[in-house]
Design a binder for this molecule. Structure first.
Ligand code: PBG
Length: 335
């Protein structure tokens, strides 16, 4: 036995209830946003192979609202809606159609479940265009660029159509310059000044989106997204993007992906502690956990909880995750 006094942090680790008592980063289902995929080409829910455990839902089906109801009961109250349209074209015109898949789904959800679900809508063109880009390609002197300003006009129309259908927050993910300002002005002009914007402010060009592009059939048919999404070799550019989005009127900012970008989450939170910060735990991060757990590499609920807690500890107030239902169950000791 030691006779000299030593510091003993272990005293605070001895009992589970003391560990609970002093823990300062706690997950809550209140902070989760669950992505939902509505698909105009199906009549019943279909499992999504690329995103194990998730389904496509038809936009106007009791199956969709039953699932949202189930999530609400677990305490997951916010949803990020993505749409798979019945047809694609150069402009992605299904994205702003009144009869578009997302618009139909929102109206149906509002009719069946009222205003309690918080509805965020992903605003982008990549799932709707036949070329798979988030903006409109344009030829300039023999090479193709994604044209910024003509794309903004379409984003404005999409935002208004989502707001008309009943969205609470529009979430532009296309990384066009000035998109938040353009969308804010379009919404205000049409009288939707209460509809908010959660901007994908810091969105890196990332291989972690791989599974999602299969889910949405949204891979670019030519080129890649590096001329609009951020280069992950840059750190401080994140602060510039956030600053610009805030000036343009973003209500909530986002860093995406989350896990390989915890340093960016922390930096943004420290610079803007008073702005709600979301982190998107993306499809590739999710599938790494699912595949490894299936292969017995580690125990699933433990790893899910640790991953999500690390994102919160880094500084995220809101976590967008395909694990939201599983994590809510773990929190209720149901997993
Ligand atoms: C659309 C969009 C993407 C994701 C969300 N919105 C993919 C991309 O930029 O290619 C990725 C989500 C995920 O991987 O879970 N622009």
């Amino acid at each position: 036995m030691t006779r000299f006094p030593i510091s003993r942090p272990r005293r605070l680790r001895l009992k589970e209830h003391v560990r609970d008592l002093i823990s300062d980063v706690r997950l809550s289902q209140d902070n989760f946003i669950l992505p939902i995929f509505v698909n105009d080409n199906i009549r019943k829910p279909i499992p999504i192979d690329d995103l194990e455990g998730h389904n496509y839902y038809p936009p106007e089906s009791p199956d969709l609202t039953k699932f949202l109801d189930y999530a609400l009961e677990l305490g997951v109250k916010s949803f990020l809606i993505f749409g798979v349209p019945s047809r694609k074209d150069f402009y992605g015109s299904e994205a702003w159609s009144r009869q578009g898949v997302v618009q139909k789904a929102i109206r149906y959800i509002r009719r069946e479940l009222g205003d309690s679900p918080v509805i965020f809508t992903d605003l982008c063109l990549c799932g709707y265009t036949d070329h798979g880009h988030c903006g409109l390609p344009k030829d300039i002197g023999g090479s193709t660029i994604i044209d910024n300003d003509s794309t903004l006009e379409l984003y404005g129309k999409i935002a208004v159509s989502h707001a008309e259908a009943g969205a609470d927050f529009i979430a532009p993910s296309g990384m066009m310059d000035g998109q938040v300002k353009y969308i804010r002005e379009s919404l205000d002009r049409e009288g939707f000044n209460w509809v908010g914007i959660m901007s994908y402010s810091v969105k890196f060009s990332s291989s972690f989106y791989g599974p999602f592009r299969g889910v949405m059939d949204s891979s670019p048919r030519h080129g890649d997204r590096r001329s609009y999404q951020m280069d992950y070799r840059n750190r401080y550019e994140a602060l510039k993007e956030v600053m610009m989005d805030l000036e343009e009127g973003a209500d909530i900012i986002m860093v995406k992906p989350a896990l390989a970008y915890l340093d960016i989450i922390r930096m943004v939170k420290e610079e803007y502690p008073y702005i709600p910060l979301a982190a998107y735990n993306v499809s590739g991060e999710y599938m790494m956990v699912k595949v490894a757990a299936k292969n017995g590499v580690f125990e699933e609920s433990g790893i899910i909880f640790e991953v999500l807690t690390s994102i919160k500890r880094a500084g995220a107030d809101i976590i967008i995750s395909y694990h939201a239902i599983e994590a809510a169950k773990i929190l209720k000791n149901m997993y």
